[in-house]
Design a protein around this ligand. Structure first.
Ligand code: UN1
Length: 492
């Protein structure tokens, strides 16, 4: 099967295009082929999106929202099918695949609700007989570039606010995960979104992504992916004066204080470090542990890690699926080698797995390092795999300092029973998301998602905050005095 672009409400082959294989990371089997588009496909999609946007912006927002209710309903109806496709194309275990699809469903209904809100402000004017208000105005055609690790949820965080606010979009999904985008395009088609409102263009970042960023009619680029790529997106976008919203890497930590419920902390660490095989931007990759409970925590982690079954995510009993592809596997392994060279103590894991039943897939053994120095490379750089580094500290202040020492700032967590420590931590941890007595993953869609420092550039996905990316504020003054009143001048 060949996946083709969805442009202007129809499936388009384009002439003489190249295709690339989409591979199941659990066993190396080819699932389908996907088109590698070029600049002319982007141009065509933008033309359609620009044409459609004029009309779309005039559709009342509650009516635009009706399409989202329909999209949410279809996603709900197809939840199991979508989850299966998701697991096949990127490897996360089926339970998490279902969770991710649910995240998209929630986003559909939540953003549909925004169709009847999209709140602006009415404020008093300085002048008599004058009315002042602000409204959210659509921006135009927006470009969405999404990663393979959350192929549907992240796309919904961006596309749903974009369309409820009256924009039309061009979506470039990751080359590794076009099948979810194809499934979503089918849904957009079935609910009858007017042609040109939703457009999906498959292809590489270098070709399609660049053409999107450089296109004069795309006004916003919303990107989630690696920090290296994000920096290039911002540079190029800056040159073209684009509004660029970036969500990039993380180096998230769980802090375990000496008064923590250790069983709960272990559960939280395992779920957030080894769920999605560590391939979440929010994944726990450092554990900052109080020295008085370090030995005990190591022991309990080791014990529990033995129970992590590894394999094809479609098998319900599997807890850790494959990583996305061979380069990812090599990168993870090279960090483990770096960790050893840096003098960290490898307590468990550290191997590429090629046992029977795992052959052909890309599996990495859940890995635990201890005695890791806070400033070593494995404690500072994003690994994006199932590897945790334990760092010992002596106090809450030190734990916070170590947490904040990295260039990223997405998510952090603290396990403690002391309410004073919990509140100080939530104040001082320099991340966009903070958890108390839970791991670092599991953000809910109705809150802002994003991070400080090198994780982003000040914008947020999901929540009402996402609307700030996809709308312009328009301030409107209505003078009903019947005379020319001059602000700042006609004041008494
Ligand atoms: C990501 O890893 O890029 O908070 C997104 C979470 C999920 C989303 C993660 N709801 O872990």
């Amino acid at each position: 099967m060949k996946l083709n672009n969805y442009i202007n409400g129809s499936w388009q082959e384009g002439g003489g295009a190249d295709y690339t294989a989409v591979v199941n990371p659990a066993n190396g089997e080819t699932l389908c082929e996907v088109k590698l588009s070029g600049k002319s496909d982007v141009d065509e999609a933008v033309k359609a999106a620009k044409r459609a946007q004029k009309e779309w912006a005039l559709v009342p927002a509650p009516k635009r929202a009706d399409y989202l209710y329909e999209i949410g309903r279809l996603m709900k109806e197809r939840k199991e099918h979508l989850a299966q496709v998701l697991t096949k194309e990127m490897g996360k275990v089926i339970e998490e695949g279902r969770g991710e699809v649910q995240e998209g469903i929630d986003m559909a209904f939540y953003m549909a609700g925004e169709g009847r809100r999209l709140f602006g402000e009415t404020v008093p004017s300085e002048l008599q007989d004058k009315f002042a208000m602000s409204v959210r105005a659509p921006i135009g055609v927006v470009g969405l570039i999404t990663p393979w690790n959350f192929p549907v949820a992240i796309a919904t965080w961006k596309s749903f606010p974009a369309i409820v606010a009256g924009n039309t979009f061009i979506w470039k999904p990751a080359t590794e995960t076009p099948m979810m985008a194809y499934e979503m395009a089918k849904i957009f088609d079935e609910v009858g979104l007017p042609p040109g409102v939703a457009n999906v263009v498959f292809g590489s970042g270098g070709e399609v992504g660049t053409a999107m960023i450089e296109h004069p009619d795309i006004r916003v680029i919303s990107f989630t992916g690696s920090t290296e790529t994000g920096r290039r997106v911002a540079e190029l976008g800056g040159r073209h004066l684009k509004k660029v919203s970036l969500e990039m890497g993380g180096k998230n930590a769980v802090i375990v204080m000496d008064d923590a419920d250790l069983d709960l902390a272990v559960e939280g660490i395992l779920w957030s470090a080894f769920g999605t095989a560590g391939q979440r931007c929010t994944a726990c990759s450092r554990v900052i542990v109080h020295r008085d409970v370090k030995k005990e925590l190591e022991q309990r982690l080791l014990e529990q890690m033995k129970g992590l079954t590894i394999g094809d995510g479609l098998d319900e009993s599997v807890r850790v699926g494959p990583v996305v592809n061979a380069p990812a596997l090599e990168k993870i392994h090279s960090y483990v080698e770096i960790g050893k060279q840096e003098g960290a103590k490898l307590l468990a894991g550290g191997r590429i797995l090629e046992d029977d039943g795992l052959k052909g897939g890309y599996y990495y053994e859940p890995t635990l390092f201890t005695d890791v120095k806070w400033d070593s490379r494995i404690a500072q750089e994003e690994i994006f795999g199932p590897v945790i580094s334990l760092i010992e500290v002596g106090s809450l202040d030190e734990a916070i300092e170590v947490n904040n020492s990295v260039t990223y700032g997405l998510s952090s967590s603290i396990f403690t029973r002391d309410v004073n420590q919990a509140f100080r931590a939530q104040r001082d941890l320099d991340t966009g998301i903070v958890y108390v007595n839970a791991g670092t993953t599991g953000a809910e869609i109705h809150l802002p998602f994003g991070g400080t420092k090198g994780t982003g550039n000040g914008h947020r996905d999901s929540g009402v905050a996402a609307l700030d990316v996809f709308t312009e504020w328009k301030s409107i003054y209505v003078d009903y005095s019947g005379k020319l009143q001059r602000a700042q001048i006609d004041t008494e």
